[in-house]
Structures are given as C-alpha cells and as structure tokens.
Write a protein that binds this ligand. Structure first.
Ligand code: RFL
Length: 406
C-alpha cells in the first residue's frame, strides 16, 4: 500500500535529486529539461517502452506548446513532420460552417500524434541525454513526502525485489489512473465534473475526409472527425456512458458517422478498418493545490479534461515546462521562486481550459440532450459563432489556447 511514512528498511538506496513517476508527455518533458541542465533524475514507468511509444491518444498540439518544446530542443521531428491546421468545420442541419481561426488570430494548431511525440521524448531522454528510466516497474510507493528526504520504492520487474530511491522531490506524472494522486492528504480539494455522457473513441485506417477537424452537431449525438495523418483519422461518436464498444459494429459505426457528419454538398466520409474502439466516460477533475510537501503533480495526475477541446496534453506540457524549469532553478541555483509559484501558475491555465471545455461540451451535446430548451440555446450559440465576428474571434482564441507559455 502507498504511504507517506518513511520506509522502514533501506539497505542501500539509490539516490536521485528527482524521481519522476510516469513516462507520458509530462514526465518525459520534465526529465529532458532536468537532463539538459545536468540534473540527475529517475523515471519510473509501469508499461514497456514499446507500449508507451504506440499508445494512441492526442494529436492536436497548441502553438505555444510546440514553441516551448522547441526552446528546449524537443521539437525537431515534430516541426519537420507535423501538419498545420488553420480552420475547423461545424456541421449541423445538413450544412457546413467553416471557422478559419488562423485568419482571425494569426495562430494555428499542430497535428502530431502523441505516440510520435512520446517516442521522440523517450529517445531524447534515454538515448541522447543519458537519463535513467525503468520500464515495467510494479507497485510504486511514496514515503516521507512531508520530510526533506522522501523515498520512492518500486518492484524491479527483473529481480522481483523492492528497490528504494532517496530523492529531494517526486514529480507525480502518472496520469489519470496513477498512484501519486492517491496519497494526497484528506484536506486536498479535488473538484470534479461528470458530463454524464460517453464518447466512442475510434481510430480508422482511412484518410481524412476533410482537410480539418469537423464537429457534427446532431440530434442523434455528437460526432467528431480529427485528421491524424494521411492514412489515419480519429473519429468520435457520442454514446451512453459505460456503453460496450463491442455493440458498435463496423457497419453501425460508419452509418452513424455518415449520418451525424453528413453535409448536403459533400460526398460521404471515406470509410476504413477500425483499429481502435473504446468508450470514454467524459469527466473532468482538478486537484488543488498541485503540490503536497515534496510531491509535485503534473499533467493528468493533477487535472483531467475530457478530450472535448483537445486540451489535456497541452496542459500536461504547460505543467512540465514550469516544473522542469522550477526544479532546475532550485537544484542548480537554490532559487525556489518558480517551485513556490508552480501550483498557482498552472491552475490559471487549467481552469481557463476547463471552462472552455465545458462551454464547448454544451455546443456538442445540447441538441442531443433530449431537452428542447438546451437544444434551442445550443443552436443559438452556434448561430452566433457564424454571425458575430467577435464571437468567432473569442472562440478562436480559446480553441487555440492561451498564446504565451506562462
Ligand atoms: P499520461 O500520458 O497518461 O502518462 C502517464 C504515464 O504514467 C504511467 N503510469 C505509471 N507509472 C508508474 N507507476 C504508476 N503507478 C503508474 N500509473 C501510470 C502510464 O503508463 C503513463 O505512461 O499522462 P500525462 O503525461 O499527464 O499526459 C496527459 C495526456 O496523455 C492526455 O492529457 C492527453 O492524451 C489527452 N488527450 C488530448 N490532449 C490534447 O492536448 N490534445 C488532443 O488532441 C487530445 N486527444 C486525449 C485525446 C486523450 C484521449 N484519451 C484516450 C483519454 C484523445 C483521446 C482519445
């Protein structure tokens, strides 16, 4: 069981200034920042390297986040291979409505699948910057987080032995189902929001059917079309929460997508084999503060945003830039300023993105809610987006995310 008490037996513990739990975008970015400053750290990951390099998830990365990666020497492949997106399309009532957010703001999105980013980050961390990482670890436990010398322990998959690591800080970057959030003290505040709906998340071996992201607003439920590469497209279909993905046959999926994303003046979607099919129960949470003693949470471990507005990985990168820089400032110069302001600096952006996700969720799901009042106000929101330049500009700004990295 995970505890915050000191670990009883520590024969010859390893020592690292920072232990990072989780090798997702947050943990690997922090590791890379530390290694670039010659600060030692250890990354602990439950999965194998092959698994994390293939786990399909995000694709939309905001411009400020890419610049943040670039400044830290982590965006070479991304800048060479990512596609740029400059507009999105809403489809409702059988009509198409385009919103050119780059024309309105001068900014764009990058499309780069998360597995490619994770592959780049792990290669740079482990193979280029010489960072220590253990894959396939079991039963990570945290001890003495309220002391100046916390300990992290884990079961080594090869020996089956429990290993101990002494450190100064623990970065909790183990995502929504990790262990680090479970050791929070009783008084920690976790604000939760459950949308009460599910999304069937699909990856299709099919070229995109449009050059941009499409949102299908339909009385049968929301549908999304997100290009990932010339060969692969992510789709979403609103469904009941907890729905069984096996009830969604190939034929049923494509029939619903054609219906919900149909537009009178466009040919049907290009269909293809479904290579991922899972139901996501749409919910959010925010942990406040994000720091407990020597434990600093980052990314999905600290806050979850359902993939409604494609914000989760962007927030994880924002946290990672601040936390990585904060650790370096403190461990190389003794300056604790950035670490002290870490939680507050992250939470401003977190709540801003949460609010936008909630707003957008109503646009996506209002017409299918079965509530005539919500359906009416949703259509009014959509009409305003395309009738009012200032409403469109405000949407564009929030959809692109706060422009600066701070
Ligand atoms: P991750 O990526 O979940 O990484 C956490 C890592 O920790 C490991 N782990 C543990 N390691 C050690 N000990 C334990 N006890 C552990 N428990 C877990 C896990 O194996 C994993 O390797 O968290 P991180 O780094 O905070 O990154 C968050 C992002 O992955 C997430 O927010 C995004 O994927 C969300 N998201 C999107 N975000 C965007 O910004 N843009 C998008 O377009 C976008 N699309 C999406 C998404 C998430 C999706 N799903 C599956 C929820 C699309 C989907 C379908």
């Amino acid at each position: 069981m995970t505890s915050t008490a000191p670990h009883p037996n520590s024969p010859s513990p390893q020592r690292f200034p920072v232990v990072i739990v989780g090798a997702g975008p947050a943990g690997l970015t922090i590791g890379n920042i530390l290694r670039a400053a010659s600060v030692d750290c250890l990354v602990l990951e439950v999965e194998t390297r092959e698994f994390i390099e293939q786990r399909p998830r995000a694709g939309v990365i905001e411009e400020w986040a890419v610049r943040g990666l670039e400044q830290r020497g982590l965006a070479a492949n991304l800048l060479e291979r990512a596609e740029l997106h400059t507009q999105c399309e809403f489809r409702f009532g059988g009509q198409r409505h385009r919103l050119s957010y780059t024309e309105l703001t001068g900014h764009h999105h990058f499309i780069y699948p998360q597995p490619l980013l994770v592959t780049d980050l792990v290669r740079e961390y482990a193979d280029v910057r010489g960072g220590a990482i253990r894959f396939g670890v079991r039963d990570v436990q945290l001890h003495g987080l309220d002391s100046e010398r916390p300990t992290v322990s884990y079961i080594d998959p090869e020996t089956g032995q429990r290993e101990l690591v002494d450190c100064e800080f623990v970065a909790g970057c183990d995502g929504a189902r990790g262990v680090t959030r479970t050791v929070l003290p009783q008084h920690a505040r976790i604000a939760r929001h459950d949308y009460g709906i599910g999304w069937l998340a699909l990856l299709a071996e099919a070229p995109p059917s449009s050059d941009c992201v499409m949102f299908g607003i339909h009385p049968r439920g929301f549908a999304g079309h997100m290009p990932r590469s010339p060969e692969v497209t992510r789709y979403y279909l609103e469904c009941p929460p907890g729905d069984d993905p096996e009830t969604w046959s190939h034929e049923r999926v494509w029939a619903e997508l054609q219906e919900r994303l149909g537009a009178a003046d466009r040919p049907p979607l290009t269909e293809g084999r479904l290579i991922e099919k899972r139901v996501l129960d749409m919910h959010n949470y925010v942990v406040e503060p994000m720091v407990f003693g020597r434990l600093f949470l980052a990314g999905d471990a600290a806050h979850l945003t359902a993939p409604i507005a494609a914000k989760g990985m962007n927030l994880a990168l924002h946290d990672a830039f601040l936390l990585g820089d904060g650790f370096v400032e403190y461990l190389t110069k003794g300056d604790k300023g950035v670490l002290d302001g870490y939680s507050e600096a992250c939470l401003g952006r977190v709540w801003d993105y949460q609010e936008f996700s909630q707003w957008l969720s109503e646009v996506y799901h209002g017409t299918s809610s079965g509530d005539a009042y919500r359906a009416g106000t949703t259509l009014a929101r959509l009409s305003r987006l395309f009738a009012s330049p200032s409403a469109a500009a405000s949407f564009a700004e929030q959809y692109l995310g706060k422009i600066s990295a701070s």
